[in-house]
Write a protein that binds this ligand. Structure first.
Ligand code: C5P
Length: 221
């Protein structure tokens, strides 16, 4: 079975998708991490970020794996390296390029083939897995998403202001929604889950209930 979880930055997709996959004993695919891993490797190999054909070829060459909650590229753990501000910025043009998106779509489909997967990103239900068994669009108001991120940053000891988080989040939302291919969009058949006022555990519980309904409808449980 395939479950897709799409939504804007800061909606809590990653933690919800990871927890859901763990509860179900399924594989978890963080497709944002995949785009980040490609951007990191392109920079390391001196491939220009506007060389979309070169980056698409690179994406096909490297092996990205998720293992024990870590992201590996060709066996090297890049989990921390892909989360820097520099890589967040470099990932934007990489994810905007149609040839790269095309390659990633193929790779993501290959990775999920024959497996039970929870996959998370922006275009998983709308483009990559249009036949997914369950599609969820996870969101929250911009203020709630910014408040959560601000709290996370403060708890990590980073200097953070709510206004700055809101500002950079709004730039990311604009970029995500205006991308010519693979723009953030709720698939027509996706269930909308608004998480304002829900704890992380409550979000996962709602998702588990949706999966149970879905499996019952399909005669799998
Ligand atoms: O979710 P995360 O911040 O890790 O995503 C990193 C980058 O990859 C963002 O620019 C996001 O818009 C992009 N992305 C994408 N398609 C996906 C997942 C992420 O374009 N399926």
């Amino acid at each position: 079975m395939i479950i897709t979880l799409d939504g804007p930055a800061g909606a809590g997709k990653s933690s919800a998708a990871r927890a859901l996959a763990a509860r179900l004993g399924w594989c978890y695919m963080d497709t944002g991490a995949m785009y980040r891993a490609v951007a990191l490797t392109a920079l390391e190999r001196g491939i220009l970020l506007d060389d979309s054909a070169g980056i698409a070829a690179l994406a096909e060459q490297i092996r990205i794996e998720f293992r024990d909650g870590r992201v590996n590229v060709d066996g090297r753990d890049v989990s921390a390296d892909i989360r820097t501000e520099r890589i967040t910025a470099a990932t934007r043009p990489v994810a905007d390029a149609p040839p790269v998106r095309d390659a990633m779509k193929r790779i993501q489909r290959q990775m999920a083939e024959g497996l039970d997967v929870v996959t998370e990103g922006r275009d998983q239900g709308s483009v990559v897995f249009p036949q997914a068994d369950l599609k969820v669009f996870l969101t929250a108001t911009p203020e709630e998403r910014a408040r959560r991120r601000h709290q996370e940053e403060v708890s990590r000891g980073q200097s953070s202001t709510l206004a700055a988080v809101l500002e950079s989040q709004s730039r990311r939302d604009d970029g995500d929604c205006s991308r010519p291919v693979g723009a953030l969009k709720q698939a027509d058949d996706a269930v909308l889950l608004e998480t304002d006022g829900l704890s992380a555990d409550e979000v996962v519980q709602r998702l588990v209930e949706m999966v149970e309904v879905c499996r019952r409808l399909r005669g799998l449980a």
